[in-house]
Design a protein around this ligand. Sequence first.
Ligand code: TYD
Length: 407
Amino acid sequence: MTVNTCRICGSAVRPCLDLGRQPVSNAFPRPADAGAETFFQLAVGVCTGCTMVQQLDVLGAEHMFTPDYPYRSSTSAGLRGHFAEVAQWLRETELTGPDPLVVEIGSNDGVMLRSLARAGIRHLGVDPCVGAGETAARDGVRVRVGFFDERSAAVIRAGEGPAQVIFGANTISHVGDLGSIFHGAVRLLADDGVLVIEDRYLGDILAHTKFDQIYDEHVYLFAIRSVRAAAHTYGLELVDTEPLDMHGGAMRFVVARPGRRTPTARLARMLAEEDRMGLASPAVFDRFRAGLETIAKDLVGLLTDLRAGGSTVAGYGATSKSATVTNYCGIGPGLVPLVYDSTPEKQGRVTPGMHIPIVDAARFAEPYPDYALLFAWNHADEIIGRERAFRESGGRWILYVPDVHLV
Ligand code: TYD
């Protein structure tokens, strides 16, 4: 359903970018089913009231977060390390009282909760994706299969008591009915508890033309001002923010019940910095649109020249982000004949919309392509480091944010 008023505050939404007809980014069809995907119009606008950047036409969560959802956070050593640190930080700061409870919204394969489970801390993951939850359960993580909302939060509170921490990484921006999450948090949170949200940050996306961070699941692109406004609308208060390296540029938002925590000086400083960037202004989005059009033209030009010159090219990382790049730019098997990926659930499938075959990343060297288009650029250090032999054998990586370049 296309909206022209803000899902959070009801003010008018000013359309600012249209990336065309796009498929569900994490639905990787079997080759025989290619062509039967669900598509939608990927366009975003800015709320003229609370400044929340949001998609205009949103797919229902049931289309995206299916029982066989293939994304696994633990495929990345970087993410494993990040979430181990998060667990440690929560243990040392928020979970020090008697028998605390931590609830994670979108616990995926248990990448964050598993170390808390191992430490004997009372926890519950909430996730609609059965397969990911089964993996988490094998690591001793308790998972409730389903979506987090006001109703499930009430059931959890009745069964387990209040939560000292509700945590959601790369999840909360995925839910069109943001109110259902916040109302659920209001129900479940202990009086002095915190809701910790980690998500991609609009400022980083705009500053580095990371246009492929815009795809179906990212219903909202969070900024500090807009998250602060949303928290206020739903009866909570943003009290701290901290930039994170996760996914190549993200932000942690700490939310509490009003008046329970003193907002930090860092929050005030970062909010002022953000206001200086003018994130909600039409000029910023005009620049972003011009930048991404240059990237699209340069990338298609480079791939076309390489293929015409007889070079071999492969993609690396069948990311959700790559759905936006390949479908927006029209990059199919003619330009990139296959994509390597380490996720067993994606191998043997084809990419959404453009139907590029996905092959086990363990076969990258059989033989190496001349060029590898790094769709998983957010894991560049990890992948380029591990695949050192590719460059040593003369291969070159193609990166496309903030501009098209070879490394
Ligand atoms: P990621 O960029 O984390 O997420 P998104 O889907 O949100 O854009 O996805 C990384 C993909 O790359 C994932 O399918 C796993 C794959 N991958 C590899 O194949 N090898 C690796 O070393 C890493 C880190 C990821």
